[in-house]
Write a protein that binds this ligand. Structure first.
Ligand code: TRP
Length: 331
C-alpha cells in the first residue's frame, strides 16, 4: 500500500471546520493508504513558548483525533518529538536546502512583510525555527518515503519545497535516495460557514468547537447571524449557512424534508437553528463523550502516542541508516 503522511500542529482547539475539512478526509484517506499521522510539536514550539500551553495543546489534539475516529492500530500516530531520526534528517537536509529557497517561504515572508509595514526591523520576532520550518517539515515527510501528503491549500508551497530539497539530495548522490512526495489538497467539499457566515476559521473567531458542551453548542448555534426575513416568508435553503451546517450532520431524507419546510415559509430562523442544534448535538455527542474520556487520562494518551512512536522508529531507523551510508557518514 502507498503511504500517506500528515502533520498536525497542536495549536488551538479543534472546531467543526477542522473536523469536516481536514480530520474526516484524512481518516478516509487512511482507509486506502498506510497512514502515518503525527503531532508536529516541534513545529509548534516556534510560536508556543509556554510549556503548560504546549503540553495542553498536544494532549487536546491527540484526544481530538482519536475521538474523531483515528484508530491507532491502523494509523501510526505519534509525536514528532518522539522520533529523533526526524531531527537527524533535518540536519542532513539543511545541507541541501538553499537559503534562497527558504527566503521565498510564504509563512516567513508574511511576518517579514508585516514588520516592514509597521516600520519594525524586518527580522523582528522571526526565529530560525520559523525560517527553517520547511526543512523540518521536509524531514517529517521524506523520512517515511511518503507518497501523498494530505494538507490544506496553504501548505502546498511547503510540499513543493520538500520535493525540491529531495531532488537536490538525490541529484547529488545520483540515486533516488528520497521519494518525491505529492500533495493531496483537500478540495473543500463545501466551505464550512462560521457563525458570521464567513468561512469557519480560528482567525475569524467564528468557530463552533468540536467538543463544545451541549449548552455551549446550543448557545453558539443561536448566535449564528441571519437576515431579517420574517417567520412567514419562504426561505432559500441553498442560501442559508444554517442549512449548510445542517447538511453536515443530517441524512439525505432529513435534508430534503427540512429544505421543503424552508421553501414553504412558516418556519423562522429560531426554529431552523433548533433543528440544526438537534442534529449537530446528535452527531457530536458520541465524539464529545469519547473526547472527555480520553482527555481525562493523559497517561493513556501518552502510552498510545509512545506505541505509535515505536512503530514509527522501526521505519525511520531504516531510512536514516540508508542515508548515513549514502552520504559517507556511516561506514
Ligand atoms: N505545517 C503543517 C501545518 O501547519 C504541519 C506539518 C508539519 C505538516 N509537518 C508536516 C503537514 C508534514 C504535512 C506533512 O498545518
Amino acid at each position: 500500500m502507498k503511504i500517506a503522511l500528515t502533520g498536525i500542529k497542536p495549536t488551538g482547539i479543534l472546531h467543526i471546520g477542522n473536523y469536516f475539512g481536514a480530520i474526516k478526509p484524512a481518516l478516509n484517506l487512511a482507509e486506502r493508504y498506510d497512514a502515518r499521522y503525527f503531532i508536529a510539536d516541534y513545529h509548534a514550539l516556534n510560536s508556543m513558548k509556554d510549556p503548560h500551553e504546549l503540553k495542553k495543546c498536544i494532549f487536546e489534539i491527540a484526544a481530538g483525533w482519536l475521538a474523531a475516529g483515528l484508530d491507532p492500530e491502523k494509523v501510526v500516530f505519534y509525536r514528532q518529538s518522539s522520533v529523533p531520526e526526524v531531527f537527524e534528517l533535518a540536519t542532513i537536509l539543511m545541507a541541501f536546502a538553499a537559503k534562497g529557497l527558504l527566503n521565498r517561504a510564504h509563512a516567513y515572508k508574511a511576518v517579514m512583510q508585516e514588520n516592514i509595514e509597521k516600520d519594525n526591523d524586518p527580522d523582528a520576532g522571526i526565529n530560525m525555527g520559523l525560517f527553517t520550518y520547511p526543512v523540518l517539515m521536509a524531514a517529517d515527510i521524506l523520512l517515511f518515503d511518503s507518497d501523498v501528503v494530505p494538507v490544506g491549500r496553504d501548505q502546498t508551497q511547503h510540499i513543493e519545497m520538500a520535493q525540491e530539497i529531495a531532488r537536490m539530495l538525490n541529484f547529488n548522490y545520483g540515486e533516488e535516495l528520497l521519494k518525491i512526495p505529492q500533495a493531496v489538497i483537500e478540495e473543500e467539499v463545501a466551505v464550512i460557514p462560521g457563525l458570521d457566515g464567513r468561512k469557519m476559521s480560528k482567525s475569524y473567531n467564528n468557530t463552533i468547537p468540536l467538543f463544545a458542551s451541549e449548552k455551549e453548542l446550543r448557545k453558539l448555534i443561536m448566535r449564528i447571524v441571519t437576515n431579517s426575513q420574517s417567520i412567514d416568508e419562504p426561505k432559500n435553503p441553498d442560501d442559508s449557512q444554517i442549512f449548510s451546517l445542517y447538511k453536515l450532520f443530517a441524512g439525505k431524507e432529513e435534508c430534503e424534508a427540512l429544505a421543503a419546510r424552508y421553501r414553504a415559509g412558516g418556519m423562522g430562523w429560531g426554529e431552523a437553528k433548533e433543528e440544526l442544534f438537534r442534529v449537530a448535538n446528535r452527531g457530536l455527542l458520541p465524539v464529545r463523550e469519547r473526547y472527555n474520556e480520553l482527555i481525562a487520562v493523559p497517561e493513556k494518551l501518552n502510552a498510545i502516542l509512545e506505541e505509535g512512536a515505536e512503530k514509527a522508529r522501526v521505519i525511520t531507523a531504516k531510512t536514516i541508516a540508508r542515508l548515513r551510508r549514502a552520504i559517507g557518514i556511516a561506514f
